[in-house]
Design a protein around this ligand. Sequence first.
Ligand code: ATP
Ligand code: MG
Length: 492
Amino acid sequence: MSAETLLQKVKRYHSESFECIKKALEIDENQNGKKEDALMWYDKGISMLEKGINVPKMGASLDDKTKIIRIQTKMMKNLQMAKERQDCLNAKSSTSESVLSKPTRPHSGPPAAKEPKPGPSSTSIRSKPSSGVLIPKSTATSRARSNIASGKPAVSASRTSNRTPNRPSSAESKINHSQIPESTSKSRLRSKQFKSVSSEMANKIIDAALIEKSVKFDDIAGQEAAKEALKEIVIYPVLRPDLFMGLRSPAKGLLLFGPPGNGKTLLAKAVAGEADATFFNISAATLTSKWVGEGEKMVKALFAVAREVQPSIVFIDEIDSLLRARQENDSDAARKIQTEFFLQFDGVGTDPNDRILVMGATNRPQELDDAALRRFPKRIYVRLPDAQTREHLFKMLLSKLENSLSPADIHKLSKMCDNYSFSDLTDLAKDAAMGPIRELPRDVMMTIEASKMRKINLNDFTKSLHKIRPSVDVSLLRTYEQWNNKHGDTSS
Ligand code: ATP
Ligand code: MG
């Protein structure tokens, strides 16, 4: 067996620590969970994190080194938050003296070489006197979760409506649920008894309906028309159901369409992040392949669960593969899933009090037939960015990195990127950001202080423009425009 590389080692510690902290959080958030058990899992997780953070980078290839640094940075954040949470639990327990009687739990791993910011929040229980006098912290699990940077998309159907004073919306807006093992609401949903669907099925749906609550509308450059339409259909009616009644009832189906890489999935995630509704995110591929032979039942279960926890949003990404006009050679299973989907979808509109929205996204709207289109009366074109939006995106991207581009440079650059999609532009910026690194001799790169690096400049971008080309064909763009003129919402 070949020896484990440094990168593999870091990844292993990362995923092992992730599992431990996930378990800890589950117990921590469960009212009946034993806090000692949660503390034990936090301990294990912290130990793994410390080991992972201490894995040396020297000796790894350049590529691996970058990845190691990225993972270790996440692990440092996790470490800080796990410790905060642990301290908080210990502080709580100390009042009941249940933990005070326990010896300070040892950490098996070496202390982290580089603690995150040394501040009160990263003070570990180890640094407390053995008397067990713990300083209580007000950190709530939600906050800890918000910072658990696992990098794994792992949040399921989540309800954001039940905000308590401990979870103000401003705090929630910072929550990066993509980095959270599970949400409280997921545990709550899992323990719920559903009337019309077995717990087993419901849990499958809850587990598979992963969402990332990390995205906000402000994180998305441009797409103003799409954002406004989404707010009108999704956000406002949930906030003011009394206003959005009768003729003002929001559409039951909304389709985001457009060329790849312009934010359809991102917009849906922003809806998940901003709407006070339970958000189910299932890709058509999951429905058709993950539950081979069961897809039809899962569609039924999905809607049953959505109905019982409304207001809810069912988002089906790449919906063309589920709803495209059926072909001769399609499997029976695919047909059945489609039929069930239509059946369930139509059921949504029957009760006027239903607050369920079905959202779909596709970069192949041409493949949807009339039967599918009819169900999505609101169709929003998510288009390529214009020069002004490109400028805005560059500013957003560059704000995260030292650079020497003047506003005039950014303006000039934006003019050079006709037909680049948002993701092309993001790739372009990533490539340009590598410019100053690429010109360094390897030995210098290994030792140079980050603050001494040359700043990215316009020249880095112009060089990258030769490498990163627009991914969407111009003729294809015309097809989208035509489809939009024929079927889309052209009001804006
Ligand atoms: P596809 O049709 O291939 O599914 P999509 O339209 O769903 O593509 P996304 O997955 O949402 O595209 O976007 C891909 C990536 O491009 C995002 O993760 C993000 O980095 C970047 N991106 C896309 N749109 C925007 C935007 N409007 N603002 C900022 N970044 C964006
Ligand atoms: Mg997408």
